[in-house]
Design a protein around this ligand. Structure first.
Ligand code: BG6
Length: 479
């Protein structure tokens, strides 16, 4: 068992992610007594404030993001007491000396979390190395985006590899920290029921939808350069696909799990332009609220896609001929992430012409955690005209089944795994690169084809071509 960290060094500590997610997550862990008792959090950023100012800002962030019933004075005090703040300009290597002094020389490994723009990774790593903070046992967590294509991800990965060993690098995909995403593994490999039919013989197709109602959310500079394919598919959706499609790993441990995922990512078939639809939202309404279009929000015309739907295939024995339909978009009618596994129809019906729906497994990731298996059951009655069947859900409402367990922010799990040195739920370099390779090939196809996003109204399920993408195969999106 690796030793837990005695210090967490948090870069970008005054930024949005730190204030909204990371500090509230660390508070949540501290609240439950899960942080090592003497662990210090050394926060650093460019912002000119002192330690008191940072603690005060943190307290305000906790008040904004955590239920007030959990914010008990002694707990807040204990947490704020763990925080040090060092103001730092990462482009100035000399300033890292103060950081080194704040971290000290303890025996336990230091964990470092870079919640900064990737353009700052290189100078930060150089500064860490110069200040003696890139020790062999140090763990380094990196937030996305890890590049904007394969070439730029190489540059980042090489810069990091110059100072840190791959098994000490914790690349974050926050979807892997979500309870329901891990539950996918529990469901597949903790039950004997599904695995025998979890293949092309038993499954007709798979759908993965990550629908969001939010638009640009003030992230203009980042999002307009990226688009949905690179913002959502390259990382979160491909990780979900890999977890659905991978072979059973020998153990739930870093190497075995990631070895299996990367095989799937490498087996993704190159996408033809006809297997891909992109869109950009125009004005519309969501839940009765009027919404302005993307270009108006941006203040200029743009070719960036805010919606993408893809018909993907995993070219291996298990998944031969099984389409994986992926769909994600902003300003869709509802916020919903789900995986739908459509099983094959029964080979022969003994019930004459009574309609029989093939089984379907619906795994809801958010906002509700649900696992629902749609099955055929007999309608009650005396059946004088023959047995009548109806589709009914076999429902595992996770929220009810585990009502007594507090639902955690994905980052709580990931931060604790980082502090404890367990990289199972982090993304390995070969995975990121396989993901970028596939994404780059799609973008090259768009460039060659002159593909530009089709308009869709805010509050709709994307351009109608996304519907045609599945209907060509006689499939409807699950809604
Ligand atoms: C981020 C994307 O990685 O994930 C955002 O950059 C997106 O654009 C977000 O909104 C979605 O995360 P979640 O946890 O709200 O589904």
């Amino acid at each position: 068992m690796p030793v837990s960290s005695s210090t967490l060094l948090l870069f970008g500590a005054t930024g949005d992610l730190a204030q909204r997610m990371l500090l509230p997550s660390l508070f949540g862990l501290d609240e439950d007594g899960l942080l090592p008792a003497s662990m210090r959090i050394v926060a650093t950023a460019h912002t000119a404030i002192d330690q008191q100012g940072f603690r005060h800002a943190t307290q305000e962030a906790l008040a904004r993001h955590i239920d007030s019933r959990r914010l008990v004075a002694p707990l807040i005090e204990r947490f704020l007491d763990r925080l040090d703040y060092v103001q730092l300009d990462v482009s100035n290597p000399e300033q890292f000396g103060a950081l080194g002094r704040a971290v000290g020389d303890g025996n336990a490994p230091v964990s470092i979390f870079l919640s900064t723009a990737p353009s700052l990774f290189e100078p930060t790593i150089a500064g860490l190395a110069a200040a003696g903070l890139a020790r062999p046992e140090t763990r380094l967590a990196l937030e996305k985006p890890l590049g904007s294509d394969l070439a730029s991800s190489h540059v980042i990965n090489d810069a990091v590899a110059a100072a840190f060993r791959e098994d000490r690098i914790f690349r974050i995909d926050h979807y892997l920290g979500k309870e329901t995403v891990q539950n996918l593994l529990a469901m597949r490999f903790g039950n004997a029921l599904f695995e025998p039919i979890w293949n092309a013989a038993g499954i007709e197709h798979v759908q993965i939808t990550v629908a969001e109602t939010v638009g640009l959310e003030g992230r203009v500079a980042y999002f307009d350069g990226m688009g949905s394919l690179r913002d959502m598919v390259q990382n979160h959706m491909l990780q979900l696909l890999a977890l659905v499609a991978m072979e059973p790993p020998g153990r739930f441990e870093p190497r075995a799990v990631r070895d299996e995922k990367v095989k799937i990512l490498r087996a993704l078939r190159r996408i033809e332009p006809r297997d891909c639809v992109t869109g950009q939202y125009g004005s519309g309404a969501i839940g009765g609220e009027p919404m302005v279009g993307y270009a108006d929000e941006l203040g200029k015309a743009s070719d960036t896609e805010t919606f993408v739907a893809i018909r993907a295939h995993v070219d291996n024995w298990r998944w031969k001929g099984v389409p994986f339909y992926l769909r994600t978009g902003k300003r869709l009618p509802v916020r919903r992430s789900e995986i739908v596994v459509q099983f094959k129809p029964i080979p022969h019906s003994i019930f004459g012409t009574a309609p029989i729906q093939p089984n379907k497994l619906v795994i809801g990731l958010q906002p509700e955690e649900t696992i629902r298996l749609l099955m055929m059951a007999k309608r009650p009655g005396l059946d004088r005209q023959g047995i009548r069947l109806r589709e009914v859900p076999l429902d595992l409402g996770m929220t009810d089944a585990f009502a007594d367990v507090r639902r955690r922010i994905a980052y709580e799990r990931l931060l604790l795994d980082l502090i404890d040195g367990d990289p199972t739920l982090f993304v390995r370099r070969d995975e990121v690169e396989a993901q970028w390779e596939w994404i780059d090939s799609i973008r090259a196809g768009w460039a060659a084809d002159g593909t530009t996003p089709r308009p869709y109204g805010a509050g709709t399920w994307g351009p109608s071509a996304a519907i045609a993408l599945t209907e060509r195969d006689g499939v409807s999106w699950h809604e």
